[in-house]
Unconditional design. Structure first.
Length: 123
């Protein structure tokens, strides 16, 4: 295609195509804004993490329990190896699930029980 043909084609474009281009530009701008946000933007607060940990320790979470309170070897819990309960809790509390689970994983929380073991003291 020659330069003149290209110019003629551009002149004949429908206004709708320009709107699509504007929408694409807006999406790129939003993406760039996300990249330049503060690293902690959208992350739960320390207080919210404490609430999440309390939930995960309880019967609706990993259900931590000891048959003998004086013997740590009797400590038992349930974990399916995922962040499913953490993700449900984040969603129910209106928090950014993707951003928070990414940060939890960076800190060693790859499943619900690891959020308690590896992340609770590092947030």
């Amino acid at each position: 295609m020659t330069s003149m043909e290209c110019d003629e084609r551009v002149k004949s474009m429908e206004p709708v195509e320009i709107v699509i281009l504007d929408e694409q530009r807006d999406r790129r701008a939003e993406t760039l804004a996300l990249v330049h946000e503060e690293p902690t933007s959208g992350l739960m607060t320390r207080e919210q993490l404490d609430e999440l940990v309390a939930f995960l320790e309880g019967p609706n979470g990993c259900d931590f329990r000891m048959s003998d309170p004086d013997d740590i070897k009797t400590l038992r819990w349930t974990c399916d190896g995922t962040l499913a309960k953490t993700e449900r809790w984040l969603h129910a509390h209106g928090l950014d699930v993707r951003r928070n689970t990414s940060r939890l994983q960076e800190l060693g929380g790859h499943c619900d029980c690891e959020v308690i073991w590896n992340v609770a003291d590092r947030w």
